[in-house]
Design a protein. Structure first.
Length: 678
């Protein structure tokens, strides 16, 4: 039964999983686009210089901290839209400033291009330095403040695998590397004799150079590594001339005679595969796996676990409970004898006591990827967001601060769809591929998974605004060529469910805000049900190409919109007939016709002639931003001023009272736009 639009609260206007109408007071923001978090994100590398720490992020460029990671500022001016995969600092000397290097991978004309960028002003501005076969790793020595080596993990068929600069990056030289080398795993520079280098290469060998990398020879004791390979190496600061190496199977070896002989010190663990090996200023050694760190204070003779990052959240560091952290980099803190930085896919942690305790050090560092977002329909200060790497978070102050909301969910659960009951806002739903379907009845304090068969897919969940007891979900399960898709329904606020197989891939769900039985499934073609999902029919012409969810006008529900390929399509008769509108939207180039797939669409429930759309570019790191229409989709204009140029458009949310627009991004967190007051 269709209800009169005037009887329905604006909080019921939901478009798939990406549009939620927000009630309540305005969040404490200023006019224009404002970044409101959450902090943290995927950190690929970290480098600590003289009083300054730099963090390389997967999407948001480089950040800089001048206070041990307590506060961060963006430091990416001049970097291209790209992922930064490595960072290094040369300390400089009396005649030369410190130099920062960033290894980036960008997309140019459809191809991934690895480049090196250089900054001589502490990361405030960057200039290209040179192109490399792949995003580089770095090795240097404090004794040579102008010398740095860059090497690549890439399997190279030709050219050099190691590059060297003698002048702080003003010029680079490709060093001769034997043709038998397939790639370089790790490179270490002797701090006592910086012209001496050691490299672990594939095929499995430890090689040594005594002339700064001009020539190489296999070390005499290389045979000890015949059945394994070296994953990391570090010089022991407490024993000059001692080189330590860890193998992929966890063995820690030491040589004191330049590699002629090696002694097995022990195996901290037979379970973990160690990739990171650093030494603190006091001689403490740190070994890192993807989730575990071991420490040694006796030059590697004995080891003890410092932190299992799956347990960090409950210990009050600010990290989320129920999320296991994936470690990507370790760096010793040069200003603290027992200081250590750990970069993870969740953010950065700092320890000042050799791993005994941890501080979540991400204030101002926003590099999060927003997967889903909803707002409490009775209080716009209460926000819920799902973030890649951090799971579910909740804010009760309009985004000024966030706290974990994962209790009851499986480890590393990151839902890609959220929905909220407009009548009972403490009832929330979360869904996602490889996540399942969960419900909370206490404002995300705890969660319980729905009892559904394994074959019932749950990639999206939607609440029927006009009858919130009715909840729908859809998705596919399985892998490869063998998968099944289903359409699921609950008539009791998610307490019980029915699961029906669905032919083909369902697409994105949208429920008519005035009638719980009218449902649209966006896809090729668009399907529509008028009986609560029991039967379906195709609507619109067969060549209608839809890339995102259908949006229904809450004041005229026969008017529906759908984002397409470089166009927004509109129907005024419930989907039977459609018109396409492109004016003001970027158009594809002749050689890439599908370059502008609009994947999100939102409608202003107070002024339904106002719509917003956006899309990521198919070329990684380059989004086209957000566009706005004030004439019911006929014409469009850019609406991205103040957003990062390379922010990928994610969830869009419109607040019906303040008309605030929320935009989720991949790698830049959540933004809010408050219109200027008339």
């Amino acid at each position: 039964m269709r209800r009169n639009p005037a009887e329905i609260s604006p909080a019921g206007v939901v478009a798939g999983a990406v549009l939620v109408a927000v009630l309540g007071g305005a969040a404490p923001l200023t006019a224009g686009w404002t970044q409101i978090g959450p902090e943290g994100g995927a950190i690929r590398a970290i480098a600590a210089g003289s009083g300054v720490v730099y963090a390389a992020t997967a999407y948001a460029g480089v950040f800089r901290s001048d206070d041990n990671g307590s506060h961060w500022l963006p430091a990416s001016a001049g970097l291209p839209p790209a992922g930064v995969f490595s960072v290094a600092v040369l300390p400089g000397d009396e005649s030369h400033p410190a130099v920062v290097f960033a290894g980036v991978v960008s997309v140019q004309e459809g191809n991934y291009v690895a480049s090196l960028f250089r900054s001589v002003d502490g990361g405030r501005t960057w200039l290209p330095n040179r192109e490399l076969p792949e995003g580089p790793e770095f090795a240097g020595s404090p004794g040579l403040p102008r010398v740095l080596y860059a090497f690549s993990f890439a399997y190279a068929s030709e050219g050099s695998l190691i590059y060297r600069t003698l002048d702080g990056g003003e010029s680079w030289q490709g060093l001769p590397t034997p043709s038998s080398w397939q790639r370089v795993e790790v490179l270490a520079v002797d701090p006592v004799n910086p012209s001496t280098l050691y490299a672990a290469v594939i095929p499995n060998s430890i090689v040594k150079s005594t002339d700064g990398g001009v020539s190489w020879a296999v070390v005499q004791g290389d045979a000890v590594f015949a059945d394994t390979y070296v994953a990391a190496m570090v010089f022991d600061p407490a024993a000059p001339g001692t080189l330590l190496a860890v193998t992929h199977d966890g063995g820690v070896f030491a040589t004191t005679d330049g590699g002629a002989t090696w002694k097995l010190l022990g195996r901290p663990s037979t379970f973990y595969t160690f990739d990171y090996f650093v030494a603190g200023a006091d001689g403490t050694l740190y070994l890192g796996d993807v989730i575990q760190i071991f420490t040694s204070t006796d030059q590697g003779a004995t080891w003890s676990p410092a932190a299992v990052f799956a347990d960090v959240g409950p210990r009050g560091t600010g990290g989320p409970a129920g999320v296991e952290f994936v470690i990507s980099s370790l760096a010793a803190d040069p200003r603290s004898p027992r200081g250590l930085y750990v970069a993870t896919d969740h953010g950065i942690f700092h320890s000042g006591d050799g791993g005994g305790s941890w501080h979540y050090a991400n204030r101002g560092l926003i590099a999060t990827a927003v997967e889903a977002f909803v707002v409490d329909p009775t209080n716009s200060a209460i926000l819920y967001v799902s973030v890649d790497g951090r799971g579910l978070l909740k804010s009760v102050d309009g985004g000024m601060s966030w706290r974990p909301a994962n209790t009851g969910l499986t480890l590393n659960a990151v839902p890609t769809s959220l929905a909220i009951d407009p009548q009972r806002p403490n009832v929330l739903y979360a869904a996602g591929n490889f996540f399942g379907l969960a419900r909370s009845i206490d404002g995300a304090a705890t969660w319980q998974y729905a009892s559904l068969d394994y074959d019932c897919g749950n990639e999206q969940v939607v609440v029927a605004a006009s009858s919130p007891r009715t909840v729908y979900s859809q998705g596919c399960s399985g892998s490869g060529m063998y998968f099944e898709c289903s359409f699921n329904k609950s008539n009791d606020r998610g307490a019980t469910w029915t699961c029906e197989s669905f032919p083909g891939i369902p697409g994105t769900l949208t429920v008519d805000p005035t009638d719980p039985d009218v449902i649209y499934l966006a896809g090729d073609p668009i399907r529509k049900s008028t009986d609560g999902g029991r039967t379906w029919r195709s609507v619109g012409p067969p060549d209608l190409r839809i890339a995102g969810p259908v949006v229904v006008d809450p004041t005229a529900p026969e008017t529906v919109y759908a984002p397409g390929y470089a166009e927004v399509d509109k129907s005024t008769d419930g989907g039977r007939h459609w018109r396409s509108f492109r004016t003001g939207l970027p158009q594809p180039t002749p050689d890439n016709e599908s370059s502008l797939s609009l994947t999100v669409l939102a409608i202003d429930p107070v002024r339904p002639a106002t719509l917003f759309t956006g899309a990521p570019s198919p070329e990684l790191f380059e989004g086209i931003g957000i566009f706005k229409s004030a004439d019911a989709g006929v014409t469009w204009s850019p609406f991205s001023r103040g957003l990062p140029r390379d922010a990928l458009s994610g969830p869009l949310v419109v607040d019906p009272r303040t008309r605030t627009v929320y935009a989720g991004t991949t790698g830049f967190g959540l933004y809010a736009f408050i219109p200027a007051k008339p």
